[in-house]
Design a protein around this ligand. Structure first.
Ligand SMILES: C[S@@+](CC[C@H](N)C(=O)[O-])C[C@H]1O[C@@H](n2cnc3c(N)ncnc32)[C@H](O)[C@@H]1O
Length: 259
């Protein structure tokens, strides 16, 4: 008998167990005998590729961060929305610096982990649902590769319009992306080609996440070059003012609201 995975809060369950492994507090379902085992995020791509990534980095403090995370946080000012806050590693650091920050996430479990770790202002939802709350921001952060939330040609203009509606005058977006095109692995170059033939960006990934018995629905996650990203921003209410690719293939894209 083949059982399809249950659709559930994969990120929430995964982060709760990651926190339990890190702190020794709470049930650790993956413990084999007395030895804690790392929590692994399973990422399934729609061509059958399956990758596992240790989830512990979601809890990393600044000492373990990549240089571009530090540069992104240094650029944040004013009311800041950390979009897809996860376990709140970025929000916690901003809070410590006295920057007024709100963590936004679609995962109730991730928000609970962030709350337990000390993040004070948290919102459950998307940028679209958050509009009705009336809060407005100077800085929007999309870190931990969350430029991916732009998804592709269809979603990007809607996403940018929602951010413009949430923005104060002169607001900025700082989004961290990864250029996927340096690879020569035929598994990836073939995937990119197949995507382009279907009118998608080469690195427009169709993914689902798995943890234990749970799965997310399939979703698009955009991994694109800075040039492709510039194309998506063109003609919207935002201007791409800077691409910091000192840590290529990773980059930070900064956008400013057009007056
Ligand atoms: C790759 S993790 C990044 C976490 C965090 N930014 C970091 O750097 O550690 C992505 C996070 O975005 C959240 N997420 C996914 N789709 C979202 C959406 N449409 N709106 C808000 N959050 C979302 C997920 O639940 C998850 O916590």
């Amino acid at each position: 008998m083949t059982v399809e995975p249950l659709i559930g809060d994969v990120i929430g369950e995964l982060l709760r167990d990651t926190l339990a492994v890190a702190t020794g507090v709470g049930p650790r379902p993956l413990v084999g005998g007395r030895l804690p085992r790392p929590v692994i995020e399973i990422i399934e791509r729609d061509d059958g590729l399956i990758n596992g990534a240790p989830a512990a980095h979601y809890l990393d403090g600044p000492a373990q961060w990549q240089p571009y995370d530090h540069r992104a946080v240094d650029r944040a000012y004013g009311e800041t929305l950390d979009i897809g806050t996860g376990a709140g590693r970025i929000a916690l650091q901003l809070q410590e610096r006295g920057v007024p920050v709100t963590g936004l996430d679609t995962s109730a479990g991730a928000l609970e982990v962030s709350r337990r770790r000390g993040v004070r202002r948290l919102v459950h939802g998307t940028v679209d649902t958050h509009l009705a709350d009336g809060a407005r921001y100077d800085t929007f952060l999309l870190l931990g590769n969350n430029l991916g939330l732009f998804e592709g040609r269809e979603r990007a203009p809607e996403f940018l319009a929602a951010l413009a509606a949430l923005a104060r005058p002169g607001a900025q977006i700082i989004a961290q992306g990864t250029d996927p095109y340096g690879t020569r692995d035929p598994l990836h170059t073939g995937y990119h080609e197949r995507n382009r033939r279907r009118g998608r960006h080469g690195g427009q990934l169709r993914l689902r996440l798995r943890y234990r018995e749970l799965s997310t629905e399939w979703f698009d996650y955009l991994v694109c070059s800075a040039d492709e990203f510039a194309g998506l921003v063109h003609g919207t209410g935002w201007r791409l003012t800077d691409v910091d690719d000192r840590d290529a293939p990773y980059y930070l894209a900064t956008l400013r609201l057009i007056d």
